[in-house]
Design a binder for this molecule. Structure first.
Ligand SMILES: O=C(O)CCC(=O)C(=O)O
Ligand SMILES: [Fe+2]
Length: 325
């Protein structure tokens, strides 16, 4: 199926954006757009509408992008935000996802949920792709919630969970090299964050209810480790059902953008020692709110560090929310 996306402003000329759905629950390929910082507002609006509708959208043939234009395009969707602990690859916002630095995200996760206002969107650009393997999977956390039996939805609605970047990395990556483990400890957890989120958040733009879980969850509030694992396994099994996912086979020059408030993703680690290199720019999000109206709360550190470059960021919004709470 192929259709021309509606534009937000009906007085503008139609945007030549083709939307090709590639999965029943999420995922669409968008064509007819050369990404960059100079897109017309109606094109940005059409991309954003497709992104909200399909949760993850893919563009082929964007080899012209570099760190600057990648960031500039990100800026058209919101304020770029640096990773809270991992230094950028370009001194600004771009995060390197590189095979030789242990950059293998082969766990289901939503990006950076250990801070309150974690990113709204992630924009991932492929620079070097291995000859085989290295696909990425995304799962729709809105349909995962919506398709739960009613008693499980009611259970999830009332739960809150603690997310941290200080999880037991060695336990989930038993094959990791000592160097990778040391790098993880020294860099990824250089500041230890802990945030309490609702397990079900109301999406601020679509109003959908989404499951907010993933690999940074340490415990469900009020439950011990065993019950936490049982419930997480239950909810994750609905998120990860193959029917609830889409899989992308990368080519150099591809760009994927996902709504980080309505998805989880997983980088499949099956390209042996082949080089794989991607760059990610994330765009600021806001503080989640649960179905009972309660917002997420930063538990540690006491105050969030200043974001770099004086940019407005989710971390700034979170700081306000925390001091207001
Ligand atoms: O390497 C991948 O396929 C996924 C990387 C990832 O998790 C991310 O860019 O946020
Ligand atoms: Fe990720």
């Amino acid at each position: 199926m192929s259709l021309t996306a509606p534009v937000a402003d009906s007085s503008s000329p139609a945007v030549p954006l083709t939307v090709q759905k590639i999965g029943g629950r999420l995922g669409a390929v968008l064509s007819g757009v050369r990404l960059g910082g100079d897109l017309a507002p109606e094109t940005v609006a059409a991309v954003r509408a497709a992104l909200l509708a399909h949760k993850v959208v893919f563009f082929r043939g964007q080899e012209h992008l570099d760190e600057q234009s990648h960031e500039a395009f990100g800026r058209s969707l919101g304020a770029p935000v640096a990773h809270p602990t991992v230094p950028s690859s370009d001194g600004r916002y771009a995060l390197g996802i590189d095979s030789e630095h242990g950059g293998r995200a082969n766990q289901w996760h939503t990006d950076v949920t250990f801070v309150p206002a974690y990113p709204a969107f992630s924009i991932l650009r492929a620079i070097v792709i291995p000859p085989y393997g290295g696909d990425t999977l995304w799962a729709n956390t809105a349909t995962a919630y919506g398709n739960l039996p009613e008693p499980l939805r009611a259970l999830a609605d009332g739960l809150r969970a603690e997310h941290t970047n200080d999880y037991d990395y060695a336990a989930v990556r038993p094959e990791a090299l000592p160097e990778t483990l040391r790098h993880h400890r020294e860099v990824f957890t250089s500041t230890k964050y802990r945030t309490e989120h609702p397990v079900v958040r109301i999406h601020p733009e679509t109003g959908e209810r989404t499951l907010l879980l993933g690999n940074f969850v340490q415990k469900i509030v009020g439950l011990d480790g065993r019950d936490t694992r049982t419930l997480l396994g239950l909810f994750q099994s609905h998120i990860e059902r193959p029917e609830n996912t889409v899989r992308w086979q990368w080519r150099v020059g591809d760009v994927a953008i996902w709504d980080n408030r309505a998805t989880q993703h997983y980088g499949v680690d099956d390209s042996d020692d082949h080089e794989r290199r991607l760059r990610r720019v994330t765009v600021d999000g806001d503080v989640p709110v649960g179905v009972d109206g309660r917002a997420s709360v930063l538990l540690a550190p006491e105050a969030l560090p200043e974001p770099p470059f004086g940019a407005p960021s989710g971390t700034a919004a979170a700081r306000e929310a925390v001091t207001a709470a």
